[in-house]
Write a protein that binds this ligand. Structure first.
Ligand SMILES: [Zn+2]
Length: 176
């Protein structure tokens, strides 16, 4: 099957899920302008486990977002818009940033495919499956406790995780 026949859509970021990821959610408190995308079920789970914005008043909310973004957007002023507009701004900013990063040949991405022992023809399902297998195999807890083994496993674990994230991101960028 050629790539053209594959249905391209952003897939849910939950590891065991291959539904469409429609709903954006900040990756962490520190990275409010980096988004994961989830299906309905997993965005509900996410919202349940991370009630971050709940209980913050508008000033606190702005402070938190500003903290996470001022390093590259110093002129961004809050307080003149309602919270929903500010949310929208973060979403738009995320889209802009993703588009800017597009490059014709991405060597890091090719390396990532090699690290996961897959190739760019592989499906996102293959990628998730392979990552799970490798992550299990190289998890630092899998050693017998020797310091050098833990260090080695840790290095490989970080490497495959970075490769996995890079590839997932590349799938998502095809859609924007
Ligand atoms: Zn899902």
């Amino acid at each position: 099957m050629s790539n053209k026949n594959k249905k391209l859509y952003r897939i849910c970021d939950a590891l065991d899920c291959d539904l469409e990821g429609i709903y954006p959610a900040p990756k962490s408190r520190e990275k409010l302008n980096e988004y994961s995308f989830f299906c309905l079920e997993h965005i509900r789970e996410y919202n349940k486990s991370w009630n971050y914005f709940e209980g913050l008043n508008e000033v606190q909310f702005e402070h938190e977002i500003r903290k996470a973004t001022t390093w590259d957007r110093p002129s961004w002023k809050f307080g003149t818009k309602r919270i929903n507009d500010n949310y929208k701004f973060v979403f738009d900013m995320f889209r802009e940033d993703t588009q800017k990063k597009k490059k014709p040949i991405d060597k890091e991405l090719l390396d990532s495919w090699k690290i996961l022992e897959l190739n760019p023809e592989s499906t996102i399902k293959d990628v998730k499956k392979k990552y799970k297998t490798l992550a299990k195999k190289w998890h630092p807890d899998k050693t017998l406790g020797l310091k050098k083994d833990i260090k080695k496993n840790n290095e490989i674990f970080v490497l495959i995780t970075k490769a996995y994230e890079k590839i997932i991101k590349s799938f998502n960028e095809k859609i924007i």
